[in-house]
Design a protein around this ligand. Structure first.
Ligand code: PLP
Length: 491
C-alpha cells in the first residue's frame, strides 16, 4: 500500500486522534494564545482603525503555495493580519455596532471549531442541536413571547429577517409548495423608511421584488409615523395589493431609535397581519430591568430578530430569529431532509432554517450568558446608557453640534453644523472631523473612530457606546478635540 498521505503533510496538519502529536499541538496553540493575548491586551496601543496595507501585500498573501509553509512562519504572517485589522477592542472604537467579544466567545469558537459538529442535524451535533432550541426558548420567554415560543440561530440579522418574512409570507399565502408566482394580488409588507436594507433584500430574495417592502415615513426621531402606516395600508388594499406583514424596528441602524411597537402591533392585529420586530440591535435591552420597558409591546410580535453578536458581545456571527408559535416552522417552512436521521423529540435544525450546514454558534452564546449572567449584562447596558446621557449632554451644550434624533439606546448620531457654514459644505467638514479624531490624536489611546453614515441625505457622525472599556474620559477627550477642531477650522 502507498504511504499514508498524513506522512507527507506537516506533522501538525491535524490533531492526531491517537495523541501522537499532542505536545506539538499544545506548543502551537500556546503560541496562538500568546499572540492573541499580546494583540488584544495591547489593543489600546493600536489605532481603532489602522491604515490599510498596500495592495501588493494582499496580492502576495492571496497566493496559494504549492508546498507547505510551516506554522511558525504562518503565525508571523497572521500577526500582521491582526495588527492591521479593525480594532473593535479599542475603547475609542465607537463608530459601529461592533463589540469587543466576550472571552467566552473565543473559548466557544475555538472548541466548536475543533469539534466541527454540524447544526444541520441532531445526529451531527447531538449536544448543540438540543441546547440551541432550549436556549432559544429561554430567550423567547425573556421577550415575553409566551408558551410555545422558540427560535433558531442564523448567521446574522439579514438571514433572521429573511426567514421571519418568509414564514410570514408562507403562512399568509400557503406558499411553501406553490410559491407566490401568479397570485392575483401582489404581496406587500410595511417597514420604516430607515429600516435595515435587509428588508428590501428579503423582499427581493422572496421573489416579491424590493418594492414590495413599502417604506413608511418616520418622524424626526426616526420612528414610524402611525398615520402613514394606516394610510399606506389602505392605499395598498385599494391598489389591489395584498399586505401580509408589518415590521417594526427596535434600534434603527443609524440612530438606534425604536418604532411605536404597541401601536404597530395593534394595527397588525386589527388587519390580521404578521407582526415582525427587527430587534437585531435593541433586543439586548430586555436584559436590563431599568430599560426593558423601552421594548414594551414586543411580546405581541409573531417573530423577532435578535443578534447577540451586537449588544450581548458574543463574537460574530451570533444571531437569532424567534417565533411566538415555534411550531409554525413545521407548518410553514420545514423542508425535510430524507438523508438525515429522524428524532421524535428534536428536529433537525437544518430543516427549519435557510442554512443547512451551520456553525454551532450556540456554544459561545451559552458560555457568555452563563459567565456574565443577566445581572452582568444589565450592568453593562446600564453603564452604556449613563455614558450615552453624558455624550448627549455634551452635544446639546454645543450650539454648533446637531443631533440627528433623540437617542433611545446607546447610539448617538450628530454632526458638526455651525450656522456660519453652508449646509452644502457641512458633509465635507464632518468627514474632515472624522479623520481628525482618528488620525490627529496625540497618541493612539486617545484616537476615536466615529463612523460617517449617510442619513436623510447628509453625512453624520455616529457613536455607538458599546465598549465596556469606554469611559467618561474617552468622551471628555473626544469633545475637547471636537472643540479644538472647531477652533482650527475657524468656525
Ligand atoms: C436593525 C438591523 N437589522 C438587521 C441588521 C442586519 O444584521 P447582519 O449584518 O447581521 O445581517 C442590522 C445590522 O446592522 C441592523 O442594524
Amino acid at each position: 500500500m502507498n504511504e499514508p498521505p498524513i506522512n507527507r503533510l506537516p506533522t501538525d496538519a491535524f490533531i492526531d486522534p491517537s495523541g501522537r502529536n499532542k505536545t506539538e499541538i499544545e506548543a502551537l496553540l500556546q503560541q496562538v494564545v500568546s499572540l492573541l493575548v499580546e494583540q488584544m491586551a495591547q489593543a489600546e496601543a493600536r489605532s481603532p482603525l489602522p491604515d490599510p496595507l498596500p495592495l501588493a501585500q494582499f496580492q502576495q498573501w492571496a497566493q496559494i503555495p504549492q508546498q507547505s509553509i510551516d506554522s511558525e512562519t504562518l503565525l508571523g504572517e497572521v500577526r500582521s493580519h491582526l495588527t492591521h485589522s479593525m480594532n473593535a477592542a479599542h475603547p475609542g472604537y465607537i463608530g459601529h455596532m461592533d463589540s469587543i467579544p466576550t472571552t467566552m466567545s473565543l473559548v466557544g469558537d475555538l472548541l466548536v471549531a475543533a469539534l466541527n459538529n454540524n447544526m444541520l442535524s441532531v445526529e451531527m451535533s447531538p449536544v448543540f442541536s438540543r441546547l440551541e432550541p432550549l436556549l432559544m426558548q429561554q430567550i423567547a420567554a425573556r421577550f415575553g413571547l409566551g408558551e410555545g415560543s422558540g427560535g433558531v440561530m442564523v448567521s446574522g440579522g439579514s438571514l433572521a429577517n429573511l426567514q421571519a418574512l418568509s414564514v410570514a409570507r408562507n403562512q399568509a399565502f400557503d406558499a411553501v409548495d406553490t410559491g407566490v408566482v401568479g397570485l392575483a394580488k401582489q404581496p406587500v409588507f410595511f417597514v420604516s423608511e430607515v429600516a435595515h436594507t435587509s428588508m428590501q433584500k428579503a423582499a427581493m430574495m422572496m421573489g416579491l421584488g424590493a418594492n414590495s417592502a413599502i417604506a413608511l415615513r418616520t418622524n424626526s426621531n426616526s420612528q414610524v409615523d402611525i398615520n402613514d402606516l394606516a394610510q399606506k395600508l389602505a392605499q395598498a388594499e385599494s391598489n389591489g395589493q395584498q399586505p401580509f406583514a408589518i415590521v417594526a424596528t427596535a434600534g434603527t441602524t443609524v440612530t438606534g431609535n425604536i418604532d411605536p411597537i404597541p401601536e404597530m402591533a395593534e394595527i397588525a392585529k386589527a388587519h390580521s397581519l404578521w407582526f415582525h420586530v427587527d430587534a437585531a440591535y435593541g433586543g439586548a435591552v430586555i436584559f436590563s430591568d431599568a430599560h426593558r420597558d423601552l421594548l414594551a409591546g414586543i411580546e405581541q410580535a409573531d417573530s423577532i430578530t435578535f443578534n447577540p453578536q451586537k449588544w450581548l458581545y458574543v463574537a460574530k456571527t451570533c444571531a437569532t430569529v424567534l417565533f411566538k408559535d415555534f411550531d409554525i416552522l413545521n407548518r410553514h417552512f420545514r423542508i425535510l431532509a430524507p438523508y438525515m436521521g429522524d428524532d421524535e423529540q428534536w428536529p433537525n435544525l437544518g430543516e427549519l432554517t435557510v442554512q443547512g450546514t451551520r456553525h454551532a454558534d450556540v456554544l459561545k452564546l451559552w458560555l457568555s450568558l452563563q459567565h456574565i449572567g443577566i445581572d452582568g449584562y444589565a450592568n453593562i447596558i446600564d453603564h452604556n446608557y449613563r455614558l450615552t446621557e453624558q455624550f448627549v449632554r455634551r452635544v446639546s451644550n454645543r450650539p454648533y453640534l446637531q443631533l440627528a434624533s433623540q437617542p433611545q439606546m446607546n447610539i448617538v448620531c450628530f454632526r458638526f453644523a455651525p450656522k456660519e457654514v453652508q449646509s452644502s459644505h457641512q458633509d465635507e467638514l464632518n468627514a474632515k472631523l472624522q479623520r481628525y479624531l482618528l488620525a490627529e490624536a496625540t497618541d493612539s489611546s486617545a484616537a476615536v473612530f466615529l463612523s460617517l453614515p449617510r442619513y436623510r441625505g447628509q453625512r453624520w457622525l455616529k457613536a455607538v457606546l458599546l465598549n465596556p472599556y469606554t469611559q467618561l474620559e474617552t468622551i471628555e477627550g473626544l469633545f475637547t478635540r471636537i472643540d479644538s477642531f472647531r477652533s482650527l477650522s475657524g468656525q
